[in-house]
Design a protein around this ligand. Structure first.
Ligand SMILES: C[S@@+](CC[C@H](N)C(=O)[O-])C[C@H]1O[C@@H](n2cnc3c(N)ncnc32)[C@H](O)[C@@H]1O
Length: 264
């Protein structure tokens, strides 16, 4: 590895296993979309991606930016790679999209903000596919289906915005330098470009799953009155004993519409 110390605060675990790098490249969707990478790090994944497509990479770490600028001087000069020095979440706050045109997001994400990044990518209307390395435990949540024990607010949202969401393969700690403490997985999500999610829906879901093993009705009564809970349960034909992970995504969507309309 270059003479650089990985920074914990930026979630830096550099992917060094070339077999895994090849497998990520093989997982790239076969389409004409532009590519966006978040956190190119030392550029090992970037080097492989830029061979196939024009792309933009967002990196927050100043030290890495100067390494990347000299490593990819030719690609930057030829406009095949655009390197943007910023916190990607701030970029999303400013411009709502990471690219003005349909794109796929490919990244080995910093674990400390991986969930936020995926949720932001769901809201970004130009982002079609998401192929990201994240902590396995979080990948299981995003790919879980109703009745799975991992089914949570993240599974509901992923289910509602996507045509497909699944784990492609696992990656062990030995594939990185430095090694993370946890197992990682590559998560693949193909969004349904006709669907979009109301930002407050996520807050509503968090309340529904606040005590995941308790009855959903109990969690709901912290945001609406018990009378309204009973009314909506009757209208949607929900059993009083139902637990949050047993409710389908479409029922959550209907329940949210009722709660929202009830407030207006
Ligand atoms: C897990 S490392 C992956 C590095 C490289 N892509 C690889 O696979 O070896 C995460 C990368 O995200 C960068 N990063 C962390 N927080 C970021 C943020 N808020 N915005 C943009 N990049 C960020 C880190 O500096 C680091 O380069």
């Amino acid at each position: 590895m270059e003479n650089i110390k990985a920074k914990k605060k930026y979630g830096q675990n550099f992917l060094k296993d070339t077999t895994v790098l090849d497998k990520i490249i093989q997982s790239m969707p076969n389409n004409n979309n532009y590519l966006v990478e978040i956190g190119p790090g030392l550029g090992d994944l970037t080097k492989n991606l830029v061979k196939y497509k024009e792309m933009t990479a967002y990196e927050v770490d100043t030290d890495l930016i100067s390494i990347l600028e000299s490593k990819f001087a030719i690609e930057i000069e030829e406009n095949r790679l655009k390197l943007i020095h910023t916190d990607v979440l701030e970029a999303w706050d400013k411009q709502e999209t990471l690219h003005n045109g349909k794109y796929d997001l490919i990244a080995n994400l910093p674990y400390y903000i991986a969930t936020n990044i995926i949720l932001r990518a769901f809201e970004d209307d130009n982002c079609e596919s998401i192929i990201v390395m994240i902590q396995k435990e979080v990948a299981l949540k995003f790919s879980a289906k109703p009745k799975d024990k991992e089914f949570s607010s993240l599974g509901v949202i992923a289910d509602l915005v996507s045509i497909e969401s699944r784990i492609l393969f696992d990656v062990p700690p030995e594939s990185f330098d430095p090694r993370p403490k946890v197992m990682s997985s590559i998560l693949y999500i193909r969004k349904d470009m006709n669907k979009s999610i109301d930002r407050d829906f996520n807050k509503f879901l968090k309340a529904c799953f606040v005590q995941p093993r308790k009855k959903l009705s109990k969690n709901l009564s912290s945001i609406i009155s018990k009378d309204l809970v009973s009314k909506y349960y009757e209208e949607l034909d929900l059993s009083d004993n139902i637990r949050p992970h047993e409710v389908s995504s479409s029922l959550y969507s209907q329940l949210y519409t009722k709660v929202k309309d009830g407030r207006n």
